[in-house]
Design a protein around this ligand. Structure first.
Ligand code: F6P
Length: 351
């Protein structure tokens, strides 16, 4: 069978491990041939491709990024974009397509599937907020990097009597902030799921310092919003799927904390450091399992589905279910962060 592969949206450690697993099992067990479309849907739209054989995937398991490169191109926003994709797939003799991506990439997969293309999806986002699966590869790597950064920031904050705000990725959900914040022992963790009151955060930090401590660590997800202010993201550039480019809440927060507490406060924005570089062993394993699951789905003829992790099992769900909603942090997880946070005196009395 001739199968196309593409990687769309933001890159994610483990993409190459998925590609490698698909190609190796496809060639060794099913006698498949592969073609890689470059730069996500742009490659299908503009017919940019490369052959993918055993030699092409040799040595890529530990590599970050994606050998197929990526983009946030949305064919549904281009004139006759979906039709052009279908024509190019036909012209290349592609019988099935495996798309690695998050909700935006998979919204295009679904549109093509509804137009008769045989598509299988693989979930990808370091944000870990895709529905239908318990865990996305790349998340463990991002959390490990963020935790290490928080550990490092801790020692310098303590040495200088500073508050340091660490901004991590997480557009709609606070999975990275919560996991790395808890693992790194942050004093305050702020997530998009719960708009925060800046005065309350300032008082929490003051209360901690009243106890004789002289430094604090705040971890904030880039999508976290102050309850009393309009989102920082206003007036920012948007991509073809309508998402604003985030980043900046950490600096705003640091300035507010400093002016309200009088404590010297600095911000560190981790940004793409969380997305680059080699995947953890855990993510290499998970990515490999997703790749093997995807090629099996193709040969079972189960199209329009996304491979998924449920508990410890690799299974699959309809693509439509996976992209229907964001997977937010559940209250159980939010409670972990709140249970560890310093309470203001009034809160202690009232509870
Ligand atoms: O969706 C994953 C993500 O890493 C978000 O956390 C972040 O907002 C976005 O990608 C950044 O995308 P880009 O690299 O295109 O700016």
């Amino acid at each position: 069978m001739k199968i196309g592969i593409l990687t769309g949206g933001g890159d994610c450690p483990g993409l190459n491990a998925v590609i490698r697993a698909i190609v190796r099992k496809g060639i060794f067990h099913y006698n498949d041939q592969f073609i890689g479309f470059m730069e996500g849907w742009r490659g299908v739209l503009e017919n940019m491709s490369r052959p993918l054989d055993l030699e092409a995937v040799r040595g890529i398991l530990p590599q970050g990024g994606t050998i197929l490169r990526t983009s946030r191109t949305n064919p549904a926003k281009k004139e006759n974009g979906l039709e052009r994709c279908i024509e190019n797939l036909k012209a290349n003799g592609v019988e099935a397509l495996i798309a690695l991506g998050g909700d935006d990439t998979q919204s295009v997969s679904l549109k093509l599937f509804e137009r008769g293309v045989k598509v299988v999806a693989v979930p990808k986002t370091i944000d870990n907020d895709l529905s239908g699966t318990d865990l996305c590869f790349g998340f463990d790597t991002a959390v490990s990097i963020a935790t290490e950064a928080i550990d490092r920031v801790h020692t310098t904050a303590e040495a200088h009597n500073r508050v340091i705000v660490v901004e991590v990725m997480g557009r709609d959900s606070g999975w990275i902030a919560l996991y790395s914040g808890v693992a790194g022992g942050a004093d305050v963790i702020l997530i998009p799921e719960q708009p925060f009151d800046i005065q309350e955060i300032a008082e929490t930090i003051k209360k901690r310092h009243d106890r004789g401590l002289y430094f604090s660590i705040v971890v904030v997800a880039e999508g976290a919003k102050m309850a009393s202010r309009s989102p920082e993201s206003e007036r920012r550039k948007v991509d073809e799927f309508g998402h604003v480019r985030l980043g900046g809440v950490g600096n705003t927060l640091a300035a507010e904390i400093e002016s309200r507490t009088g404590f010297e406060t600095r911000a560190v924005v981790l940004g793409h450091i969380q997305r680059g570089g080699s995947p953890t062993a855990f993510d290499r394993m998970l990515a490999t399992r997703y790749g093997l699951g995807a090629i099996d789905l193709v040969h079972e003829g189960r199209f329009g589905r996304m491979v998924a992790l449920k508990g410890s099992e690799i299974t699959s769900v309809p693509i439509a279910d996976a992209i229907s909603q964001t997977r937010y942090l559940s209250q159980d997880f939010i409670d972990i962060a709140m249970s560890l946070r310093e309470k203001n005196r009034e809160d202690v009395h009232s509870s």
